[in-house]
Design a protein around this ligand. Structure first.
Ligand SMILES: Cc1ncc(COP(=O)(O)O)c(C=O)c1O
Length: 474
Protein backbone atom coordinates (compact mmCIF):
# COMPACT_ATOMS: atom_id res chain seq x y z
CA UNK A 1 0.00 0.00 0.00
CA UNK A 2 1.20 3.51 -0.83
CA UNK A 3 1.39 5.81 2.19
CA UNK A 4 -0.75 8.82 1.19
CA UNK A 5 1.14 12.02 0.60
CA UNK A 6 0.05 15.49 1.68
CA UNK A 7 2.29 17.88 -0.25
CA UNK A 8 2.48 21.33 1.32
CA UNK A 9 2.54 24.58 -0.61
CA UNK A 10 6.03 26.09 -0.34
CA UNK A 11 7.53 29.45 -1.32
CA UNK A 12 10.70 30.17 -3.29
CA UNK A 13 12.55 31.29 -0.12
CA UNK A 14 11.76 27.96 1.53
CA UNK A 15 12.88 25.94 -1.48
CA UNK A 16 16.01 28.06 -1.82
CA UNK A 17 17.07 27.37 1.77
CA UNK A 18 16.22 23.68 1.60
CA UNK A 19 18.65 23.31 -1.32
CA UNK A 20 21.50 24.98 0.52
CA UNK A 21 23.02 22.28 2.70
CA UNK A 22 26.11 24.24 3.92
CA UNK A 23 23.90 27.07 5.17
CA UNK A 24 21.47 24.69 6.88
CA UNK A 25 24.34 22.93 8.64
CA UNK A 26 25.91 26.22 9.70
CA UNK A 27 22.62 27.46 11.13
CA UNK A 28 22.16 24.24 13.11
CA UNK A 29 25.71 24.42 14.45
CA UNK A 30 25.27 28.07 15.44
CA UNK A 31 21.76 27.92 16.88
CA UNK A 32 21.11 24.28 17.83
CA UNK A 33 18.14 22.14 16.86
CA UNK A 34 15.36 22.89 16.23
CA UNK A 35 15.39 26.37 14.72
CA UNK A 36 12.34 28.41 13.75
CA UNK A 37 13.11 30.28 10.55
CA UNK A 38 10.92 33.19 9.46
CA UNK A 39 10.51 35.31 6.38
CA UNK A 40 8.05 38.02 7.50
CA UNK A 41 7.98 39.48 3.95
CA UNK A 42 5.43 36.80 3.08
CA UNK A 43 2.95 38.74 5.23
CA UNK A 44 2.70 41.38 2.51
CA UNK A 45 0.84 39.08 0.10
CA UNK A 46 -1.41 37.83 2.87
CA UNK A 47 -2.41 41.35 3.89
CA UNK A 48 -2.94 42.33 0.24
CA UNK A 49 -5.34 39.41 -0.22
CA UNK A 50 -7.58 40.97 2.45
CA UNK A 51 -7.10 44.57 1.34
CA UNK A 52 -8.21 43.74 -2.21
CA UNK A 53 -11.52 42.36 -0.94
CA UNK A 54 -12.22 45.31 1.34
CA UNK A 55 -11.52 47.59 -1.58
CA UNK A 56 -13.85 45.59 -3.83
CA UNK A 57 -16.60 46.36 -1.31
CA UNK A 58 -15.38 49.97 -0.94
CA UNK A 59 -15.43 49.47 2.80
CA UNK A 60 -13.58 51.34 5.50
CA UNK A 61 -11.47 48.69 7.14
CA UNK A 62 -8.66 47.95 9.56
CA UNK A 63 -6.82 44.69 9.94
CA UNK A 64 -5.16 43.85 13.27
CA UNK A 65 -2.63 41.03 13.19
CA UNK A 66 -3.38 38.56 16.02
CA UNK A 67 0.17 38.29 17.33
CA UNK A 68 -0.74 35.40 19.66
CA UNK A 69 -0.18 33.16 16.63
CA UNK A 70 3.60 33.78 16.72
CA UNK A 71 5.72 35.31 19.46
CA UNK A 72 8.50 36.94 17.45
CA UNK A 73 8.99 40.67 17.33
CA UNK A 74 9.88 40.37 13.65
CA UNK A 75 6.32 39.58 12.62
CA UNK A 76 4.97 42.47 14.70
CA UNK A 77 7.48 44.84 13.11
CA UNK A 78 6.51 43.62 9.66
CA UNK A 79 2.76 43.92 10.33
CA UNK A 80 3.27 47.47 11.59
CA UNK A 81 5.52 48.38 8.64
CA UNK A 82 2.84 47.39 6.13
CA UNK A 83 0.21 49.42 7.93
CA UNK A 84 -1.57 46.81 10.00
CA UNK A 85 -2.63 47.16 13.60
CA UNK A 86 -1.91 44.53 16.26
CA UNK A 87 -4.43 42.53 18.28
CA UNK A 88 -2.95 41.74 21.70
CA UNK A 89 -3.87 39.06 24.20
CA UNK A 90 -1.80 39.89 27.30
CA UNK A 91 -0.08 42.73 29.16
CA UNK A 92 3.24 41.49 27.79
CA UNK A 93 2.06 41.51 24.17
CA UNK A 94 0.53 44.95 24.61
CA UNK A 95 3.57 46.48 26.35
CA UNK A 96 5.91 45.02 23.73
CA UNK A 97 3.90 46.64 20.91
CA UNK A 98 4.33 50.02 22.63
CA UNK A 99 8.06 49.36 23.01
CA UNK A 100 8.25 48.53 19.31
CA UNK A 101 6.84 51.96 18.60
CA UNK A 102 3.29 51.17 17.57
CA UNK A 103 0.82 53.99 18.03
CA UNK A 104 -1.74 53.09 20.75
CA UNK A 105 -4.55 53.59 18.17
CA UNK A 106 -3.03 50.70 16.21
CA UNK A 107 -3.13 48.30 19.17
CA UNK A 108 -6.29 46.63 20.39
CA UNK A 109 -6.73 44.41 23.43
CA UNK A 110 -8.87 41.30 23.09
CA UNK A 111 -7.19 39.33 25.92
CA UNK A 112 -9.44 36.65 27.43
CA UNK A 113 -8.19 37.67 30.90
CA UNK A 114 -7.39 41.35 31.38
CA UNK A 115 -5.49 42.01 34.57
CA UNK A 116 -5.39 45.44 36.17
CA UNK A 117 -1.91 46.17 34.80
CA UNK A 118 -3.05 45.57 31.23
CA UNK A 119 -6.19 47.66 31.65
CA UNK A 120 -4.21 50.48 33.26
CA UNK A 121 -1.65 50.60 30.46
CA UNK A 122 -4.27 50.38 27.70
CA UNK A 123 -6.55 53.03 29.24
CA UNK A 124 -3.73 55.43 29.98
CA UNK A 125 -2.57 55.14 26.36
CA UNK A 126 -6.11 55.34 24.96
CA UNK A 127 -6.07 51.94 23.21
CA UNK A 128 -9.27 50.07 22.54
CA UNK A 129 -10.29 47.29 24.92
CA UNK A 130 -12.74 44.65 23.72
CA UNK A 131 -14.81 43.77 26.79
CA UNK A 132 -16.20 40.33 27.42
CA UNK A 133 -18.28 40.54 30.60
CA UNK A 134 -19.64 42.87 33.28
CA UNK A 135 -16.81 42.27 35.73
CA UNK A 136 -14.42 43.59 33.08
CA UNK A 137 -16.66 46.63 32.62
CA UNK A 138 -16.50 47.25 36.37
CA UNK A 139 -12.71 46.96 36.50
CA UNK A 140 -12.22 49.19 33.46
CA UNK A 141 -14.60 51.78 34.97
CA UNK A 142 -12.64 51.70 38.26
CA UNK A 143 -9.24 51.98 36.57
CA UNK A 144 -10.44 54.76 34.26
CA UNK A 145 -11.79 56.69 37.25
CA UNK A 146 -8.49 56.27 39.09
CA UNK A 147 -6.64 57.55 36.02
CA UNK A 148 -9.16 60.33 35.41
CA UNK A 149 -9.54 59.13 31.80
CA UNK A 150 -12.25 57.70 29.67
CA UNK A 151 -11.72 54.21 28.26
CA UNK A 152 -12.32 53.30 24.62
CA UNK A 153 -14.26 50.06 24.56
CA UNK A 154 -15.95 47.63 22.21
CA UNK A 155 -18.10 44.71 23.28
CA UNK A 156 -17.59 41.12 22.31
CA UNK A 157 -20.94 39.61 21.39
CA UNK A 158 -21.78 35.91 21.09
CA UNK A 159 -24.73 33.52 21.16
CA UNK A 160 -25.84 34.37 17.62
CA UNK A 161 -28.79 32.41 16.30
CA UNK A 162 -28.13 30.63 13.01
CA UNK A 163 -30.71 28.22 11.50
CA UNK A 164 -32.74 28.43 14.74
CA UNK A 165 -29.74 27.24 16.74
CA UNK A 166 -27.77 29.39 19.17
CA UNK A 167 -24.00 29.28 18.61
CA UNK A 168 -22.37 28.57 21.95
CA UNK A 169 -19.26 30.41 23.05
CA UNK A 170 -17.69 30.82 26.46
CA UNK A 171 -16.70 34.30 25.37
CA UNK A 172 -18.68 37.48 25.04
CA UNK A 173 -22.02 39.01 26.01
CA UNK A 174 -25.10 37.20 24.77
CA UNK A 175 -26.57 38.83 21.65
CA UNK A 176 -30.11 38.28 22.98
CA UNK A 177 -29.36 40.16 26.23
CA UNK A 178 -27.25 42.87 24.65
CA UNK A 179 -30.00 45.50 24.33
CA UNK A 180 -30.88 45.10 28.00
CA UNK A 181 -27.20 45.30 28.94
CA UNK A 182 -26.83 48.59 27.07
CA UNK A 183 -30.11 50.01 28.42
CA UNK A 184 -29.30 49.23 32.03
CA UNK A 185 -25.66 50.19 32.01
CA UNK A 186 -25.27 52.98 29.51
CA UNK A 187 -28.66 54.62 29.01
CA UNK A 188 -30.57 54.32 32.28
CA UNK A 189 -27.58 54.63 34.59
CA UNK A 190 -24.19 56.24 34.89
CA UNK A 191 -22.68 52.96 36.06
CA UNK A 192 -20.04 52.87 33.32
CA UNK A 193 -19.77 56.57 32.55
CA UNK A 194 -15.98 56.34 32.03
CA UNK A 195 -16.44 53.87 29.16
CA UNK A 196 -16.77 55.26 25.64
CA UNK A 197 -18.54 52.85 23.32
CA UNK A 198 -16.81 52.44 19.95
CA UNK A 199 -18.00 49.20 18.39
CA UNK A 200 -18.84 45.50 18.39
CA UNK A 201 -16.70 42.41 18.10
CA UNK A 202 -17.13 38.70 17.56
CA UNK A 203 -14.79 35.79 16.99
CA UNK A 204 -16.38 32.47 16.08
CA UNK A 205 -15.11 28.94 16.29
CA UNK A 206 -15.18 26.82 13.17
CA UNK A 207 -14.98 27.96 9.57
CA UNK A 208 -18.56 28.48 8.47
CA UNK A 209 -18.99 31.45 6.13
CA UNK A 210 -22.70 31.31 6.78
CA UNK A 211 -22.24 31.63 10.56
CA UNK A 212 -19.80 34.53 10.14
CA UNK A 213 -22.06 36.30 7.64
CA UNK A 214 -25.02 35.78 9.93
CA UNK A 215 -23.12 37.05 12.97
CA UNK A 216 -22.06 40.15 11.04
CA UNK A 217 -25.65 40.71 9.99
CA UNK A 218 -26.87 40.38 13.59
CA UNK A 219 -24.20 42.84 14.72
CA UNK A 220 -25.28 45.29 12.03
CA UNK A 221 -28.85 44.99 13.38
CA UNK A 222 -27.56 45.67 16.89
CA UNK A 223 -25.67 48.69 15.54
CA UNK A 224 -28.90 49.99 14.02
CA UNK A 225 -30.71 49.49 17.31
CA UNK A 226 -27.97 51.30 19.25
CA UNK A 227 -28.06 54.15 16.75
CA UNK A 228 -31.73 54.69 17.56
CA UNK A 229 -30.69 54.96 21.20
CA UNK A 230 -28.04 57.55 20.33
CA UNK A 231 -24.98 55.27 20.39
CA UNK A 232 -22.77 55.19 17.31
CA UNK A 233 -21.10 51.94 16.29
CA UNK A 234 -17.90 52.99 14.57
CA UNK A 235 -16.75 49.47 13.72
CA UNK A 236 -17.66 45.82 13.76
CA UNK A 237 -14.70 43.51 14.26
CA UNK A 238 -15.27 40.05 12.77
CA UNK A 239 -12.33 38.47 14.65
CA UNK A 240 -9.86 35.98 13.24
CA UNK A 241 -10.10 32.39 12.09
CA UNK A 242 -10.03 33.22 8.38
CA UNK A 243 -9.15 30.04 6.54
CA UNK A 244 -5.83 29.47 4.84
CA UNK A 245 -4.86 26.63 2.54
CA UNK A 246 -1.71 24.62 3.34
CA UNK A 247 -1.84 21.92 0.68
CA UNK A 248 -1.17 21.68 -3.03
CA UNK A 249 -3.69 19.05 -3.98
CA UNK A 250 -7.33 18.40 -3.27
CA UNK A 251 -7.01 14.87 -4.63
CA UNK A 252 -4.22 14.09 -2.14
CA UNK A 253 -6.44 15.42 0.64
CA UNK A 254 -9.40 13.29 -0.49
CA UNK A 255 -7.17 10.26 -0.89
CA UNK A 256 -5.80 10.72 2.64
CA UNK A 257 -9.36 10.68 4.05
CA UNK A 258 -10.16 7.58 2.05
CA UNK A 259 -7.00 5.76 3.12
CA UNK A 260 -7.43 6.77 6.76
CA UNK A 261 -10.94 5.31 6.84
CA UNK A 262 -9.67 2.09 5.27
CA UNK A 263 -6.86 1.86 7.80
CA UNK A 264 -9.17 2.58 10.75
CA UNK A 265 -11.51 -0.16 9.47
CA UNK A 266 -8.46 -2.48 9.42
CA UNK A 267 -8.82 -3.08 5.70
CA UNK A 268 -5.25 -1.83 5.18
CA UNK A 269 -2.19 -1.29 7.35
CA UNK A 270 -2.23 1.74 9.70
CA UNK A 271 -1.15 5.08 8.23
CA UNK A 272 -1.15 6.81 11.60
CA UNK A 273 0.71 6.07 14.84
CA UNK A 274 -1.25 3.45 16.80
CA UNK A 275 -3.88 3.61 14.03
CA UNK A 276 -5.06 6.90 15.51
CA UNK A 277 -8.27 7.95 13.71
CA UNK A 278 -7.61 11.67 14.32
CA UNK A 279 -11.28 11.97 15.31
CA UNK A 280 -12.64 9.10 13.23
CA UNK A 281 -13.42 5.84 15.02
CA UNK A 282 -15.07 2.48 14.61
CA UNK A 283 -18.16 2.08 16.75
CA UNK A 284 -20.32 -1.05 16.60
CA UNK A 285 -18.54 -2.00 13.42
CA UNK A 286 -19.35 1.32 11.73
CA UNK A 287 -17.14 4.31 11.01
CA UNK A 288 -18.22 7.45 12.84
CA UNK A 289 -16.88 10.89 13.64
CA UNK A 290 -14.89 13.22 11.47
CA UNK A 291 -11.34 14.42 11.16
CA UNK A 292 -10.60 16.69 14.12
CA UNK A 293 -7.86 18.63 12.40
CA UNK A 294 -7.62 22.00 10.72
CA UNK A 295 -9.04 21.79 7.16
CA UNK A 296 -5.50 21.85 5.76
CA UNK A 297 -6.82 21.75 2.20
CA UNK A 298 -9.64 24.16 1.43
CA UNK A 299 -10.77 26.15 -1.55
CA UNK A 300 -11.84 29.19 0.46
CA UNK A 301 -8.64 30.63 1.68
CA UNK A 302 -7.92 34.17 2.91
CA UNK A 303 -9.47 36.75 0.52
CA UNK A 304 -12.03 34.24 -0.79
CA UNK A 305 -13.13 33.46 2.75
CA UNK A 306 -13.52 37.16 3.56
CA UNK A 307 -15.38 37.75 0.30
CA UNK A 308 -17.74 34.93 1.25
CA UNK A 309 -18.54 36.57 4.59
CA UNK A 310 -19.08 40.04 3.14
CA UNK A 311 -21.21 38.60 0.33
CA UNK A 312 -23.56 36.84 2.74
CA UNK A 313 -27.07 38.07 2.02
CA UNK A 314 -29.46 39.04 4.81
CA UNK A 315 -33.24 38.43 4.66
CA UNK A 316 -33.70 41.54 2.50
CA UNK A 317 -31.26 40.06 -0.02
CA UNK A 318 -28.58 42.64 0.71
CA UNK A 319 -24.93 41.67 1.06
CA UNK A 320 -23.74 42.38 4.60
CA UNK A 321 -20.58 44.03 3.23
CA UNK A 322 -22.73 46.48 1.25
CA UNK A 323 -24.95 47.10 4.26
CA UNK A 324 -21.93 47.90 6.46
CA UNK A 325 -20.70 50.42 3.88
CA UNK A 326 -24.14 52.09 3.64
CA UNK A 327 -24.33 52.30 7.43
CA UNK A 328 -20.86 53.85 7.59
CA UNK A 329 -19.57 51.03 9.80
CA UNK A 330 -15.88 50.16 9.46
CA UNK A 331 -15.15 46.44 9.23
CA UNK A 332 -12.22 45.20 11.25
CA UNK A 333 -10.69 41.80 11.62
CA UNK A 334 -7.88 40.01 13.49
CA UNK A 335 -6.29 37.28 11.38
CA UNK A 336 -3.38 35.45 13.00
CA UNK A 337 -2.70 32.12 11.31
CA UNK A 338 -3.59 33.24 7.78
CA UNK A 339 -1.33 36.31 8.05
CA UNK A 340 1.54 33.89 8.67
CA UNK A 341 0.97 31.77 5.59
CA UNK A 342 4.39 31.00 4.04
CA UNK A 343 6.21 32.87 6.83
CA UNK A 344 8.00 30.10 8.72
CA UNK A 345 9.66 26.70 8.87
CA UNK A 346 10.83 24.52 11.76
CA UNK A 347 14.13 22.80 11.07
CA UNK A 348 15.46 19.86 13.10
CA UNK A 349 18.34 17.41 13.01
CA UNK A 350 17.98 13.63 12.87
CA UNK A 351 19.35 12.05 16.08
CA UNK A 352 18.62 8.35 15.49
CA UNK A 353 16.68 5.79 13.46
CA UNK A 354 15.36 2.52 14.80
CA UNK A 355 12.60 -0.02 14.33
CA UNK A 356 9.99 -0.25 17.08
CA UNK A 357 8.42 -3.50 18.28
CA UNK A 358 5.68 -3.18 15.64
CA UNK A 359 8.30 -3.10 12.92
CA UNK A 360 7.79 0.61 12.18
CA UNK A 361 10.72 2.92 11.54
CA UNK A 362 11.07 5.71 14.11
CA UNK A 363 13.23 8.70 13.27
CA UNK A 364 14.20 10.60 16.44
CA UNK A 365 14.70 14.33 15.99
CA UNK A 366 16.51 16.87 18.16
CA UNK A 367 13.28 18.64 19.11
CA UNK A 368 10.20 17.92 21.19
CA UNK A 369 6.47 17.74 20.60
CA UNK A 370 5.82 21.22 22.06
CA UNK A 371 8.06 22.82 19.47
CA UNK A 372 5.64 21.98 16.68
CA UNK A 373 2.26 21.21 18.11
CA UNK A 374 -1.15 21.66 16.64
CA UNK A 375 -4.17 22.51 18.77
CA UNK A 376 -6.05 20.02 16.60
CA UNK A 377 -5.53 16.27 16.20
CA UNK A 378 -2.49 16.54 13.91
CA UNK A 379 -0.50 18.78 11.56
CA UNK A 380 -1.24 17.17 8.20
CA UNK A 381 1.67 18.32 6.03
CA UNK A 382 4.52 16.19 4.72
CA UNK A 383 7.89 17.45 5.96
CA UNK A 384 10.94 17.56 3.68
CA UNK A 385 14.16 15.72 4.43
CA UNK A 386 17.46 17.20 3.31
CA UNK A 387 19.80 14.23 2.86
CA UNK A 388 23.52 14.86 3.04
CA UNK A 389 24.03 11.93 0.71
CA UNK A 390 21.70 12.31 -2.27
CA UNK A 391 22.32 8.93 -3.82
CA UNK A 392 19.20 6.84 -3.94
CA UNK A 393 20.00 3.17 -3.62
CA UNK A 394 17.23 2.15 -1.23
CA UNK A 395 13.48 1.78 -1.45
CA UNK A 396 11.16 4.43 -0.12
CA UNK A 397 10.25 3.97 3.51
CA UNK A 398 7.40 4.96 5.85
CA UNK A 399 8.55 6.56 9.13
CA UNK A 400 7.22 8.23 12.24
CA UNK A 401 9.14 11.22 13.60
CA UNK A 402 9.62 11.15 17.36
CA UNK A 403 10.70 13.84 19.82
CA UNK A 404 12.84 14.29 22.92
CA UNK A 405 10.28 14.23 25.73
CA UNK A 406 10.08 11.13 27.92
CA UNK A 407 6.48 10.56 26.84
CA UNK A 408 5.26 7.72 24.67
CA UNK A 409 3.12 10.30 22.96
CA UNK A 410 6.00 12.53 21.86
CA UNK A 411 5.43 11.56 18.23
CA UNK A 412 5.85 14.75 16.23
CA UNK A 413 3.41 13.90 13.47
CA UNK A 414 0.80 11.20 13.96
CA UNK A 415 0.88 10.38 10.26
CA UNK A 416 3.30 7.88 8.84
CA UNK A 417 5.45 9.83 6.39
CA UNK A 418 6.65 8.38 3.14
CA UNK A 419 10.34 9.19 2.49
CA UNK A 420 12.47 8.47 -0.57
CA UNK A 421 14.91 6.67 1.72
CA UNK A 422 15.73 6.38 5.39
CA UNK A 423 17.55 9.51 6.63
CA UNK A 424 21.00 9.24 8.17
CA UNK A 425 21.90 10.64 11.58
CA UNK A 426 22.64 14.36 11.03
CA UNK A 427 20.27 14.73 8.07
CA UNK A 428 17.82 17.59 8.41
CA UNK A 429 14.02 17.68 8.46
CA UNK A 430 12.05 20.77 7.43
CA UNK A 431 8.49 21.24 8.63
CA UNK A 432 7.05 23.99 6.47
CA UNK A 433 4.48 26.70 7.19
CA UNK A 434 4.72 26.35 10.96
CA UNK A 435 4.80 30.07 11.87
CA UNK A 436 1.09 30.21 12.73
CA UNK A 437 0.65 28.65 16.20
CA UNK A 438 2.70 25.50 15.47
CA UNK A 439 6.06 26.87 16.65
CA UNK A 440 5.19 28.77 19.75
CA UNK A 441 1.71 28.27 21.09
CA UNK A 442 2.44 25.21 23.25
CA UNK A 443 6.24 25.28 23.55
CA UNK A 444 7.69 24.33 26.90
CA UNK A 445 11.11 23.73 28.45
CA UNK A 446 10.59 20.38 30.16
CA UNK A 447 13.86 18.49 30.78
CA UNK A 448 15.44 22.00 30.74
CA UNK A 449 15.55 21.95 26.95
CA UNK A 450 16.00 25.53 25.79
CA UNK A 451 13.26 27.03 23.66
CA UNK A 452 14.07 27.02 19.95
CA UNK A 453 15.92 30.00 18.54
CA UNK A 454 13.88 32.22 16.20
CA UNK A 455 15.66 33.49 13.12
CA UNK A 456 14.51 36.15 10.67
CA UNK A 457 15.49 36.35 7.01
CA UNK A 458 16.87 39.84 6.37
CA UNK A 459 15.48 40.29 2.92
CA UNK A 460 14.21 38.21 0.05
CA UNK A 461 14.82 37.84 -2.85
CA UNK A 462 18.57 37.98 -2.46
CA UNK A 463 21.17 36.62 -4.84
CA UNK A 464 21.98 33.88 -2.43
CA UNK A 465 20.83 32.85 1.01
CA UNK A 466 23.62 32.03 3.44
CA UNK A 467 23.85 32.03 7.21
CA UNK A 468 24.55 35.78 7.25
CA UNK A 469 21.11 36.32 5.66
CA UNK A 470 19.52 35.57 9.04
CA UNK A 471 19.45 37.37 12.35
CA UNK A 472 18.12 36.37 15.76
CA UNK A 473 14.72 37.80 16.58
CA UNK A 474 15.02 40.23 19.45
C1 LIG B 1 -10.29 37.06 19.67
C2 LIG B 1 -9.42 36.43 18.66
N1 LIG B 1 -9.06 37.16 17.58
C3 LIG B 1 -8.25 36.64 16.63
C4 LIG B 1 -7.77 35.34 16.72
C5 LIG B 1 -6.87 34.82 15.63
O1 LIG B 1 -7.43 33.74 14.97
P1 LIG B 1 -6.65 33.07 13.74
O2 LIG B 1 -5.25 32.96 14.12
O3 LIG B 1 -7.31 31.75 13.58
O4 LIG B 1 -6.86 33.95 12.56
C6 LIG B 1 -8.13 34.56 17.82
C7 LIG B 1 -7.63 33.18 17.95
O5 LIG B 1 -7.86 32.45 18.85
C8 LIG B 1 -8.97 35.12 18.82
O6 LIG B 1 -9.32 34.41 19.90
Amino acid sequence: MQIPRLSPITSPWMRCLMQDKPTIDELLVNYGSPINIHNPDSMEDNYKAYQDVFEEFKLDYQVFFARKANKTKGVVRKAAAIGMGIDTASLQEYAQCLELGLHPDKIIVTAAIKNKGLIKLAVSNGSLLILDNEDECKLVQKVALELGKSANVGFRVSGFTVDDKKLYSRFGLDADDFELFINENFLQSERYNQLTYRGLHFHLNGYSIKERGNALNQCLSLAELLKQKGLTTEFIDIGGGLLMNYLESESEWDNFHYQLRKAISRKTAPITYGNNGLGIEIWNGLIRGELKTYPFWNANSKGDFLRGILSYKNLSGEKVGDLAREMGVEIRMEPGRSMLDQVGMTVAKVAFRKKDSSGDWLVGLEMNMTQMLSGSADFLLDPYVVYHDDTKNEDSVGVYFTGAYCLERDVLLKRKINLDKLPEVGDVVFFVNTAGYMMHFFESSAHLFPLAENLMLKEYPTEKIDSSSFFKDQ
